[in-house]
Design a protein around this ligand. Structure first.
Ligand SMILES: [Fe+2]
Length: 366
């Protein structure tokens, strides 16, 4: 029995709010994490509030088209500045009507000197600009680091960029997106994504067990874990008379599936790219933001049927995972959840994922 293997993380790590809080500070506030999509702020002058590790943040695109990420609170009394996506060029705090430009600059603070028409001088305005957050753009996403980054984003992404070098991820066109609220811990969301064993049972439409048996585990880095399987899963089910144009010829024969730790789940096939990124809002609730991208040339009307067929299949697959995740979460309340068995022959990537989480929390447990 000794070679069966054991789960690294106990059940309580999926149900205990104290563990969740420790993960938020040790992982989500320290690492580069997904914060949103660039298409959420497509137009100059637009903005959208998001949260990372429970921290209110604001994504904006300035009038020159540059993306910014700020702490989403007014510099005066700390009220959350924006609670809704906006296309106004300015954001106004509802408390004392301080206004900010989408580049973060403070542009108005009424009755500054207790007189009508008075305003802070330029130096004061600069000092009271919205506070920026370290960020980067990649493959249609905005990635941020709330803390002092231990590695540059280029260092983090290098293994993926190298593997996907023939694929031009600057050509992405959004085909469809959806949001899922799931009553499950974020780690189950990631672990399920890395679980290829369940595919023929939960998603029989994407291929027989033989397809899952073909999947190879791939470890690109400690924090880029996943697998590669022959073309034929979701893509096959979505084939139509007008095939989608490909991003990269090199991916014609395979599909890559990676978790960019901690909260970005990526699928890449020759003709589509899917991101399931998530915000762990509490120990037993996770909000997924799923986006399906195709090549820019596939935005043309003749590909509408193919885009729709693809997104129908991919949403259907994700729909099938929701009850699985929620039932897995309920199972974590059992004391027997500490004695689950991860199998060496199927679950090596999950073992690596759990080991990484455990290592991140070392010395930080409460
Ligand atoms: Fe699944």
């Amino acid at each position: 029995m000794s070679d069966i293997g054991r789960s690294i993380l106990p059940g309580a790590d999926y149900t205990d709010p104290a563990v969740f809080a420790a993960e938020q500070s040790a992982i989500f506030e320290r690492r580069w994490v997904w914060a949103g999509y660039t298409h959420w702020i497509a137009e100059p002058g637009s903005s959208r509030p998001v949260t990372v590790a429970g921290r209110p943040l604001l994504l904006t695109r300035d009038l020159d088209g540059r993306v910014h990420v700020f702490h989403n609170i007014c510099r005066h009394r700390g009220m959350v500045l924006s609670e809704e996506p906006s296309t106004r060029k300015r954001l106004r705090c509802p408390y004392h009507f301080w206004t900010y430009d989408v580049d973060g600059g403070l542009c108005g603070a009424p009755y500054w000197n207790r007189t009508k028409g008075s305003a802070p001088d330029d130096v004061t305005r600069d000092a009271l600009a919205l506070l920026p957050v370290t960020h980067a753009e990649w493959a249609g996403m905005v990635l941020i680091c709330l803390g002092e980054p231990e590695r540059t984003i280029d260092e983090v992404l290098a293994p993926l960029r190298e593997r996907w070098a023939p694929t031009d991820l600057d050509r992405l066109h959004l085909a469809a997106e959806d949001t899922y609220e799931i009553a499950a811990n974020w780690k189950l969301v990631a672990e399920n994504f890395l679980d290829f064993y369940h595919l023929p049972f939960v998603h029989p439409q994407v291929g027989p067990a033989a397809a899952a048996l073909d999947i190879e585990d791939v470890v690109l880095a400690d924090d880029i874990l996943g697998g590669c399987y022959p073309r034929g899963a979701a893509g096959k089910a979505a084939k139509t008379d007008t095939p989608l144009p490909v991003f990269g010829e090199a991916l014609r024969d395979r599909q890559d599936i990676f978790c960019l730790f901690p909260n970005t789940l990526l699928f890449l096939e020759a003709d589509w790219f899917q991101v399931i990124a998530f915000d762990p809002v509490s120990v037993d609730r996770t909000v997924e933001h799923m986006a399906i991208f195709v090549d820019r040339s596939a935005a043309a009307p003749e590909f509408e049927g193919a885009r729709k067929a693809l997104s129908t299949v991919l949403f259907e697959v994700n729909d099938q995972d929701v009850p699985v995740l929620e039932r897995m979460q309920r199972g974590r309340r059992s004391p027997a959840a500490d004695r689950n068995h991860l199998l060496p022959q199927w679950d090596q990537i999950t073992v690596r994922f759990q080991t990484l989480v455990a290592a991140s929390l070392e010395g930080r447990r409460v």
